[in-house]
Design a protein around this ligand. Structure first.
Ligand code: OFO
Length: 182
């Protein structure tokens, strides 16, 4: 059984994961609006991945006899000055999320909840990957700069992104904007 404090902290983090999904979906439609369909596709898959992070956490709360609560989701930013600014935002955002996950591990420690601490290691590892992939896309955007041809090449490259949703979370059987067009 989860302590009240642990239950609440997990619900709050699930809400931040859902916000991440909402933020990346917002970026996806921003890219769609400026006709960068590969970037839109990449962000759409990212939004799906964040939804998996959300549900995995809420499933854990419910599985431990806690109460999974749907908290209000903050409205994300709707537009960015450039692709570079959007990818910089992803980079910054993922560092914030890493800090939140680390704080959640501290809550599990203070609650002496070894099981929750063990469960949260999945998110600790996931953040290493999230930071790496945000480095990767930010570097591509930086390298392209204002060069239209280079940006289009990066757009095509990110449009090739694949993501296999884990078993039980096959929530996005669609391919995304890039694939719809091709
Ligand atoms: Fe859930 O990892 Fe990004 O935010």
């Amino acid at each position: 059984m989860l302590s009240e404090k642990m239950n609440e902290a997990l619900n709050v983090q699930a809400n931040r994961e859902l916000y991440s999904s909402y933020l990346y979906l917002s970026m996806s439609y921003y890219f769609e609006s400026i006709n960068m369909k590969g970037f839109a596709h990449w962000m759409r898959l990212q939004a799906g991945e964040e939804l998996v992070h959300t549900m995995k956490m809420l499933d854990y709360v419910a599985g431990r006899g806690g109460r999974a609560e749907m908290l209000a989701v903050e409205a994300p930013q709707l537009s960015w000055a450039s692709p570079l600014q959007a990818f910089q935002h992803v980079w910054d955002h993922e560092r914030v999320v890493t800090g939140l996950i680390n704080s959640l591990v501290r809550v599990a420690e203070s609650e002496k909840d070894e099981a929750a601490k063990d469960f949260l290691q999945w998110y600790v590892k996931e953040q290493v990957e999230e930071e790496e992939s945000s480095d990767n896309v930010l570097n591509k955007a930086k390298a392209a700069g204002d060069n239209k041809a280079a940006l289009e090449a990066a757009d095509r490259e990110l449009g090739e992104r694949h993501f296999k949703f884990p078993r039980g979370f096959e929530i996005f059987p669609y391919a995304g904007f890039a694939k719809i067009e091709r």
